[in-house]
Design a binder for this molecule. Sequence first.
Ligand code: GDP
Ligand code: IMO
Ligand code: MG
Length: 423
Amino acid sequence: MQILAIVGAQWGDEGKGKITDLLGEKCDFVVRYQGGNNAGHTIIVGDKKIILHLIPSGILHPNTVSLIGHGVVFDPVAFKAELNEIEGLGVKVSPKNLKISENCTVITSYNKILDGQRESSSKTKIGTTGRGIGPAYEDKIGRRAIKVKDLLNKEVLEQKLRENLVEKESLFKNLYHCDYPSVEEEVERLYSLGQEIKPLMANTFGLLDTAIANNKKILFEGAQGVLLDIDYGSYPFVTSSNTSSGGIYNGAGLPGGRLNDVLGITKAYCTRVGAGPFPTELHDELGEHIQKKGGEFGATTGRVRRCGWLDIPLLKYSAKCANITSFALTKLDVLSDIETLKVCISYEYEGKTLDMAYPGLDLSKVKPVYKDLKPFHDDFIDNKVSPELKEFLDLIESETGIKIGILAYGPERSEIIFRQDFF
Ligand code: GDP
Ligand code: IMO
Ligand code: MG
């Protein structure tokens, strides 16, 4: 295999970081194509916990080059903090192993302020991460964004920021009554950060073009999950980018190449951070138990993740949206030893049975239909799978028509069973 995409098949936090780190070691490039530092991808190595937000999860491998593609919204302040943090943990970062597209959209202070103000004053709270992601993508689509290469030119920065502030200033002053930095302050701050990251700026599209032509191995690392995709997700409770594999073509580029496989990462149950419909959510002690046992706290904001049963109509839907060719099923250890095991296999909706979601389906109105399974009690020693667990895996495979290529049963690199070869 030459080109693999890893995407979240649920609402994010499925364990993409762990799998990307493991497979990234075998690749020449690991590439982020969308999202920003709203992502929180955790990698556990021994007693070290590394949480990556913007930097691709291939960075721990010295011979793998990490690329931040132009579809990513890039906060230079957050980037600097993350770089310092991982360097402090002994990770070596240089222009050789990390490159940032000159064409990424920059997240400005104004974007972050807007995100916070909207969340606190709006009636429909999305529960965003507050990182300025939505407002930065709005600037991009509105053709007024600051690009990473602009950080190197004070005149361009000043002119763009001044124009950019025209409308926002009236919101800050008249609607939100909040403080905001002057254009001069923002120019100085961004320019000085630009000087620091200058050596890492690159034409990442050109690098991918050459890499693909030379048969290099490439792994695209999705952030968030298909159900948070701006087009496929449970709108408006979504993030502002194309998280599905389609985002790769616009957000990084696949010049002359094609995805050989798309690995969809899914937990053995479901979680969601932030607001929005969640058909199989557990509002009881069991939900709390899964949340505690699974350590279900957001890696970016520390918020509690809502927990519920695995949802096949949504998993099937994600698989179709992203053209998923195999699954990695994570967090099996969390369900092991729980005395009930349910899987939602269809929905009742407006008097009909639905076995798969579709864009625009109002998930707050569907009634999940559950299948009860025998609970499994696996310790995963010697990679053995009990008959009860096999029944659970078989059900997922037969309902979705997609093979489970990876089983994960703990946060450590070693807590994994490969049932399929990647690279
Ligand atoms: P990502 O955003 O998809 O990369 O996932 P996060 O890192 O936000 O959240 C997944 C969490 O589960 C992290 O704390 C991982 O260390 C942890 N994790 C990953 N796989 C497993 C697993 O199979 N079992 C358990 N118990 N934890 C896991
Ligand atoms: P990773 O990559 C889980 C959620 C937020 C909110 C919605 C919009 O770690 O899986 P945003 O700040 O993007 O405008 O928030 O999306 N969200 C995530 N949930 N994991 C993530 O990233 C997320 N990134 C954003 O909670 O509901
Ligand atoms: Mg996460």
